[in-house]
Design a protein around this ligand. Structure first.
Ligand code: GLN
Length: 190
């Protein structure tokens, strides 16, 4: 199993460390030249507008979008989830638009820009959740489903092989969301 981590910007090293702890091989996707066959893709947190621009500048946008559309398992955190969303309620842009969810960017406002909490996630149990200028999901459409909510807002979603969290599992000590993603990949490889 090999997981590609989009490493244009943002918290990609933290994901790499989680995969190291789980003993799962991974590599960094920095440009088209470094893209190689993989069994799963991680889209990290960071700044979605910057990542969207760099994805296009590096010629990665269409190849990655097509891989996701064709069923490549993808785990997207925070800005990564914004990249997957079909619609951004407070922004005219959209990016890969492969997941049937509508998100709100920077949804918690300035005062609650960053916070940590604990909440249950479907199929996992109660886990720590770190939010940094996070989006939340306003609506799930199509076959997308809710995996976790915090204070009535949707913060984890899944649609087929696509998994998205508004929070950052890679910034906690808890490996369970990464484990959950690895199960999606294993199932997809069967
Ligand atoms: N606020 C960022 C954005 O809108 C996301 C923040 C994050 O990924 N930690 O892209």
């Amino acid at each position: 199993m090999l997981i590609g981590i989009l490493a244009l910007q943002g918290a990609f090293l933290e994901h790499a460390k989680m995969l190291d702890r789980l003993g799962v091989p991974h590599y960094e996707i920095r440009n088209l030249g470094t893209l190689r066959p993989m069994d799963g893709l991680i889209l990290p947190g960071g700044e979605s507008t910057t990542m969207g621009k760099l994805l296009r500048d590096e010629g990665l946008f269409e190849p990655l979008r097509d891989l996701i559309k064709n069923g490549l398992p993808v785990f997207a955190t925070c800005a990564g989830l914004i990249l997957l969303a079909k619609k951004i309620d407070n922004d005219a842009r959209s990016y890969f638009a492969t997941m049937n969810v509508d998100v709100v960017r920077n949804a918690y406002g300035r005062q609650l820009g960053s916070f940590r909490t604990e909440a249950p996630m479907d199929g996992i149990g109660t886990i720590p959740m770190v939010f940094i200028r996070a989006p939340y999901v306003a609506r799930t459409n199509g076959t997308s489903r809710v995996l976790a909510t915090v204070d009535g807002h949707i913060v984890a979603v899944r649609e087929g092989n696509q998994l998205g969290t508004a929070f950052h599992p890679e910034l906690s000590e808890n490996l369970s969301v990464h484990r959950y993603f690895i199960e999606i990949i294993k199932h997809n490889l069967q």
